[in-house]
Structure formats: structure tokens, C-alpha cells
Design a protein around this ligand. Structure first.
Ligand SMILES: *Cc1c(COP(=O)(O)O)cnc(C)c1O
Length: 410
């Protein structure tokens, strides 16, 4: 971080003075690309008269290469990417869509947007989908779609999830908003289901302000998503698209939902792609360093990732054991007083980006996912800006350890 973030006052314990909500500045190449586009007045991805490839078309090509996917469609947000991917995969009004109950509100929103019915599936204390419950809910509901949300980047046993879905005839759409660059057994996350959806919202791995990317191997799904994203009859300007015969098969039958990516967002995103792998490595070090220190407390339980998963964390989660709501609130307040913002998923009202099923008053009636609610009642979350130094990581870990030990009952 740019400013000195550590101060040790003579009268009290050390305070973290950095900003956990900060995003790093964009690379100079992003700023230059944005300026070029603004000077040219060309902020829309399609040109009626053709011309040079748009930034969005190039981003799609480059993101497809990065993830090893065949087709890629850039849109205005990951929430819209999820909606379009579900729609392009054939999900429609009234369909039931399975969704793990630990997720961000836009995932459940994408299903509601479609007029479909979310069917909530439990997560385990390791924050991944509970595969037994997935199988049971699939059977009970007859759902043929799963929106698999890697909330906060946690990856389930993909071999078992995909096998269970194949047996039940379920089409999987992956919500990779927190899992960009993550892999399972060497295969990129986002390439397991019919489509993978990524976010370029400023708080994720890539900062386009807003933005979403759909990656798929399915030519028909890609064609439908391109047309529904609002390509008009200018879809030939896409580069990571299916053959024109496939496009022609669907043109004229797909509604235009106007969910295109702004070319300015694409311009600032492209120079970030080559930096991603290095950033994820640093994020992993930051996460690992803090997590290793937190294991000193017997009140803190860290999710145990499967060794086959290569995670790309941008935040850190832990469960507080044997602490009730008021004790957790006191620990959160003690950390906040020393500059460390801990988000608690158990709060009565949603705060910031946290929410949980009981806050989604639009859901169709269904039994509350009790196991997930019990996990979320203990779940804490800390955002990790990629610019944290090792000293800052140690300070943050120390503050969390103090806050917990001071407020845990003996
Ligand atoms: C951020 C996020 C989304 C939505 O992404 P947007 O680009 O903000 O629409 C969906 N799912 C998860 C898990 C997220 O974290």
C-alpha cells in the first residue's frame, strides 16, 4: 500500500491504518488505453461500419485464451452473465435452479431475474456445496440446472459434483466471480460446467468497474448468449464466437437484453490479464500468511481446502467456535477499533456485501437451509487487498487473534 500502514502508539496496542477496502491503481497501460478510447469517442463495442476490432472483442479472445475456453462473451456484470448463461443453456421461467445457499445476492438474483425458482442447497463448514444435499434436493425438486457458486473462492470436490450432476441430468453453470484463475486438479474453474461466469467488478480479481465474462465450449450456448447480450446484427465483430452458421441458426429468435460490456471497461481490463497470475500468487501468500497465524487460536476454524484445488483467494474466511452472537459482535468491534474490518455473516441485517438466505424475502417458500445458517452464524470474512505487505499481514493476524481471545468466553 502507498501509505505507511503500521503505527505503534506508546499508549495502546498496534493499529492497522491501511485500507482493507482499497483497490490498487490501474496499470498505466489501462489508463493509456482508456484515454485513447475516450479521445476517439469510441466507447461502444460495435461499429456500424466495422473497422478495427473493439476492445471488448479482443478482451473476449484474450480471456478465452487465459481460461483455455473456446468461446467468450463480455457483458456488463457477472450477475447478468449468470442470467444470460442460464437462459442460453435453456433455463426459463418457472424452472427450478439449484444453488448453494452460501453465495452472493447477485447469484440468487440471476435466478429470480429469469423468473426461475432457486432451490437452496446446503454448504459444509468448509464453505463448499454439500454433495449429499445436492443429490437429495435434485431428486426432490426435479431441478435440471445447478448454479454452482464458488462463493469467496472455495472449491468443492469437482469430480464428485460433476459426477452427481451427470447422473441426475443436471446442467451446471459456474459462478466464478471469486474463483478467477482457480483450478481443480489442474483444470481451470469455469470449464467444468456448460458455462463459467466471471466478474470484473472493482472488488474482484479484475477491475473494470463493472463487467462480466461468459466462457463456454458450447457453440449454441455461446451464440444464444451473444445475441441475448445485445449484439444486434453486428455479432460478426465478435472474435471468440462460433461459426456464422451457428449464429444464423439463432438470430431472429433471441431477445436482446442489452447487457453489453462498455468498451471502456474492456480497454482497462485487457492490460490487467497478463498481471493476473502474479497477483493470484501474491494473494495466496497473503492468505496463507494470515491463515497460518490464525491457527494459533483454538476458537478459529479455517476451511480446509481439498489439496486438488488451487484457490485464488481475495479474502479470508474463518468460523468462530463456541462464541455466541454478542461475543462475536464484541470481537468484530474490538478488531474494528484497531483498524481491521471483519465482516460477520451472522448479523441480523445484511451489511455491505454480506447477506444470507433469510435476507432474501423474494424466495419461493422452502425449508430454511439450517446447516448453512448454522455455519453462517459463525462465519467471519476479511477482505485482502493484493497490496498488503508481510508486516501488515502479521499485524492484521495479531489484531484478529487479540480480538478473539479477549472476547471468547473462558
Ligand atoms: C460479485 C459476485 C457476483 C456478481 O458479480 P457482479 O459482477 O458484481 O454482478 C456473483 N457471485 C459472486 C459469488 C460474487 O462474489
Amino acid at each position: 500500500m502507498a501509505e505507511p500502514a503500521e503505527t505503534t502508539s506508546e499508549t495502546g496496542p498496534a493499529v492497522f491504518t491501511g485500507n482493507l477496502a482499497a483497490s490498487p491503481p490501474l496499470p498505466p497501460e489501462s489508463v493509456a488505453a482508456a484515454n485513447r478510447l475516450m479521445e476517439a469517442g469510441r466507447l461502444f463495442r460495435y461499429g456500424e461500419a466495422g473497422g478495427a476490432p473493439s476492445e471488448a472483442a479482443l478482451l473476449e479472445e484474450e480471456f478465452a485464451a487465459l481460461t483455455g475456453g473456446r468461446y467468450c462473451v463480455a457483458v456488463n456484470s457477472c450477475g447478468c452473465a449468470l442470467f444470460l448463461a442460464l437462459a442460453a443453456a435453456g433455463a426459463t421461467r418457472g424452472d427450478k435452479v439449484l444453488l448453494n445457499a452460501f453465495t452472493l445476492a447477485p447469484a440468487v438474483g440471476a435466478i429470480a431475474h429469469l423468473g426461475a425458482e432457486p432451490v437452496l442447497v446446503e454448504v459444509t463448514p468448509d464453505l463448499v456445496i454439500d454433495i449429499e444435499d445436492l443429490t437429495a434436493k435434485a431428486e426432490a425438486s426435479g431441478a435440471k440446472y445447478l448454479l454452482l457458486s464458488y462463493m469467496r473462492g472455495h472449491i468443492p470436490d469437482m469430480d464428485r459434483v460433476m459426477a452427481a450432476c451427470e447422473t441426475a441430468g443436471i446442467t451446471v453453470i459456474e459462478d466464478c466471480a471469486h474463483a478467477t484463475m482457480a483450478t481443480w486438479d489442474g483444470k481451470p474453474i469455469g470449464r467444468f460446467g456448460a458455462a463459467g461466469c466471471f466478474s470484473a467488478q472493482g472488488y474482484k480479481h479484475l477491475n473494470g468497474g463493472e463487467g462480466g465474462l461468459i466462457v463456454t465450449e458450447d457453440a449454441d450456448l455461446a451464440a444464444r448468449a451473444i445475441l441475448m447480450s445485445g449484439s444486434y446484427m453486428l455479432y460478426a465483430q465478435h472474435r471468440a464466437r462460433p461459426e456464422m452458421e451457428t449464429m444464423a441458426r439463432w438470430r431472429g429468435t433471441m431477445p436482446n437484453f442489452s447487457m453489453r460490456m462498455n468498451d471502456l471497461a474492456a480497454a482497462v481490463l485487457r492490460p490487467q490479464l497478463p498481471l493476473l497470475a502474479g497477483r493470484v500468487e501474491r494473494w495466496r501468500e497473503i492468505h496463507g500468511r494470515i491463515a497460518a497465524r490464525l491457527t494459533q487460536s483454538n476458537r478459529i476454524r479455517l476451511p480446509a481446502p481439498d489439496p486438488r484445488a488451487y484457490l485464488a483467494p481475495t479474502s479470508l474466511q474463518f468460523l468462530l467456535e463456541e462464541m455466541d452472537g454478542p461475543a462475536i459482535e464484541a470481537a468484530v468491534a474490538a478488531a474494528a477499533a484497531r483498524g481491521v474490518a471483519i465482516k460477520w455473516f451472522g448479523a441480523a441485517e445484511p451489511v455491505g456485501f454480506t447477506s444470507r438466505p433469510e435476507h432474501w424475502g423474494f424466495l419461493p417458500p422452502q425449508p430454511a437451509p439450517a446447516a448453512t445458517e448454522a455455519v453462517l452464524a459463525r462465519l467471519c470474512d476479511i477482505r485482502l487487498p493484493v497490496g498488503l505487505t508481510d508486516a501488515e499481514c502479521d499485524l492484521i493476524a495479531g489484531i484478529v487473534l487479540d480480538a478473539v481471545s479477549e472476547n471468547a468466553p473462558n
